[in-house]
Design a protein around this ligand. Structure first.
Ligand SMILES: [Zn+2]
Ligand SMILES: [Zn+2]
Length: 307
């Protein structure tokens, strides 16, 4: 009996699994070769996370193998400063980088390695130049995420999008092409495509954790161990953005923590109408074929694994 030909969907799933497999293989070889993990995008209860600084630090120390984390609260750095102080005081294994997720007029921008708070509501260009004045790094956070849900209290949590990325290309040090938020899959793929076809910036991954359980679900692999090594790796575009799988229990926890906020947004969106859809200068196909993401090197690695 002839074997049934796999459908396009099955093929796509197989390649998607291959991509994950080769990435896992990569991780082991990298770890062997003195590579470390950093989560560059963690929120604390100083902004809108349910986790306190103490809880985050304990989680990172006991439940992860991260060597560097950045506390990047919305428009403030006081939580990050406290985290850095406490980490040194308690002699934890990892280092804390002072980060801030700045709400710019154009969307969210991550400032890393900061010393002073960056004010919100500036343009992307002005925000990046303020970050660079402090010798920090300006990173487009979840650049292709766009929320159409409305909330009367909170500004829109969008990424900067294609137009800003192109117009302000020289102002960004890196793109967050892996954001660990469970619903950001498509936005992540768009960012990866866009960067590899057009921008060629350093690629970083962060969890965007608002609960401890999410920490490390998106991360950046870099050579070395310290915050300084991470800085150099981003500067030289030698990082890799990866993600860890969510467990069903983790997803449930995430959904539970997000539920009140989601219900609120659903209510106001029905009442006031959604945010208008952002016009992108590039049209992405509605169903992006994951196999195009495989680089030749990854394909080779995949064939080695299979043989
Ligand atoms: Zn954000
Ligand atoms: Zn965030």
């Amino acid at each position: 009996m002839s074997k049934k030909k796999p459908s396009d969907k099955q093929k796509e799933q197989e390649l998607r699994n291959a991509y994950i497999t080769s990435t896992v293989e990569n991780i082991f070889s990298y770890v062997d070769n003195n590579f470390s993990k950093a989560d560059i995008h963690i929120h604390s209860s100083y902004s809108d996370s349910v986790s306190t600084i103490e809880e985050i630090l304990e989680y990172v120390q006991n439940k992860t193998d991260l060597m560097v984390i950045a506390i990047a609260d919305h428009d403030r750095i006081d939580g990050a400063l406290e985290a850095q102080r406490l980490t040194k005081e308690k002699g934890y294994r990892f280092e804390v980088v002072i980060g801030e997720e700045v709400s710019t007029l154009d969307g969210h921008i991550l400032g890393l390695f900061l010393t002073k708070e960056i004010p919100p509501n500036l343009s992307a260009q002005k925000t990046a130049s303020e970050i660079h004045k402090q010798k920090g790094l300006a990173i487009a956070a979840h650049p292709f995420y766009q929320s159409r849900l409305k909330d009367i209290d909170e500004p829109v949590a969008n990424g900067v999008g294609a137009t800003v990325l192109i117009n302000e290309k020289h102002h960004f040090d890196a793109l967050e092409i892996t954001n660990g938020t469970p619903v950001f899959g498509r936005a992540n793929v768009k960012a990866r495509y866009f960067n590899r076809l057009l921008l060629f910036k350093a690629e970083v991954g962060g969890s965007d954790a608002h609960i401890s359980h999410a920490i490390g679900k998106g991360y950046t692999l870099f050579e070395g161990k310290t915050a300084k090594d991470l800085y150099q790796a981003i500067k030289h575009r030698e990082t890799q953005a990866l993600k860890a799988r969510w467990s069903p229990f983790g997803l449930l926890k995430y959904a539970y923590s997000f539920l009140p906020h989601a219900l609120r947004m659903a209510f106001f969106t029905v009442l006031l109408g959604p945010h208008p859809k952002r016009h992108e200068i590039i049209n992405f196909p509605s169903r992006i074929k994951i196999h195009r993401e495989l680089s030749n090197q990854e394909k080779q690695e995949h064939s080695i694994i299979r043989n």
